[in-house]
Design a protein around this ligand. Structure first.
Ligand SMILES: C[S@@+](CC[C@H](N)C(=O)[O-])C[C@H]1O[C@@H](n2cnc3c(N)ncnc32)[C@H](O)[C@@H]1O
Length: 211
């Protein structure tokens, strides 16, 4: 598919689902329990409590925000980024905290002079068209020592099985095995600190060298 048509269709797909996204996607899983412990594992690995500048890409309507805010210092800034403007509109409505910033942008090209201590790509990476380019771009937005985390609460096999049976718009959106994604981190000059791909949890964590 032509890349512009793919991008437009991807944006439209998520814009159409923006209202009520978190409840539909996460409500039952939250009520089933065990989800908070996995998020704590992610936040500890990404060193969120020590971070002052945090980027949450593919943020949707801000599912992570209520979990992130209690971990953040009063002077921390959390930037919520999504390519779908309706997701960001919902996110902004739901989360009036002054530490939040909102941005409509593609993760592979978002332009900012800021550098981040932590970048989270949570439950969104399969939808990015250019995997290698996005890792390279996001890696370039890290401050020295900053961490980039690609995380899912399923293994790559579980995630890909789910997408294959889902709507045709996303049925070929693939999450690479963690070892394969780790290679893209290395190619982007990030030090791989974790590559976990197990039932119920996926995390590839990269760190930008200090100098
Ligand atoms: C499955 S939803 C997950 C949203 C949120 N992270 C959550 O866990 O509820 C994927 C999100 O990624 C966004 N997205 C897809 N492609 C993107 C891109 N190239 N750049 C930024 N965001 C993108 C979608 O608009 C959507 O909001």
């Amino acid at each position: 598919m032509d890349p512009n048509a793919r991008a437009a269709a991807n944006r439209q797909f998520f814009n159409d689902r923006a209202v009520g996204w978190s409840e539909r996607c996460w409500g039952d899983k939250l009520r089933a329990g065990g989800l908070e412990a996995k998020l704590e594992r992610l936040f500890a690995a990404a060193a969120i409590p020590a971070a002052r500048r945090i980027l949450d890409v593919g943020a949707g309507d801000g599912f992570l925000v209520p979990f992130l805010l209690p971990c953040l210092a009063p002077d921390a800034i959390l930037t919520e980024v999504d390519v779908a403007d309706q997701m960001i509109a919902e996110n902004q409505k739901r989360h009036p905290d002054p530490r939040l910033r909102f941005l409509v942008a593609d993760a592979s090209s978002l332009a900012t002079a800021d550098r981040y201590d932590a970048i989270l790509a949570f439950s969104c990476f399969p939808h990015f068209a250019d995997h290698a380019g996005t890792i390279r771009h996001l890696g370039g937005l890290l401050a020295p020592g900053g961490r980039l985390a690609v995380c899912h609460l399923q293994s790559s096999a579980e995630m890909n099985h789910f997408h294959r049976g889902a709507h045709p718009e996303v049925s070929n959106h693939e999450l690479p095995a963690a070892v394969a994604l780790a290679r893209l981190f290395t190619a982007a000059d990030l030090t791989v600190a974790a590559a976990v791909d197990e039932p119920g949890f996926y995390l590839v964590l990269g760190q930008r060298p200090n100098s």
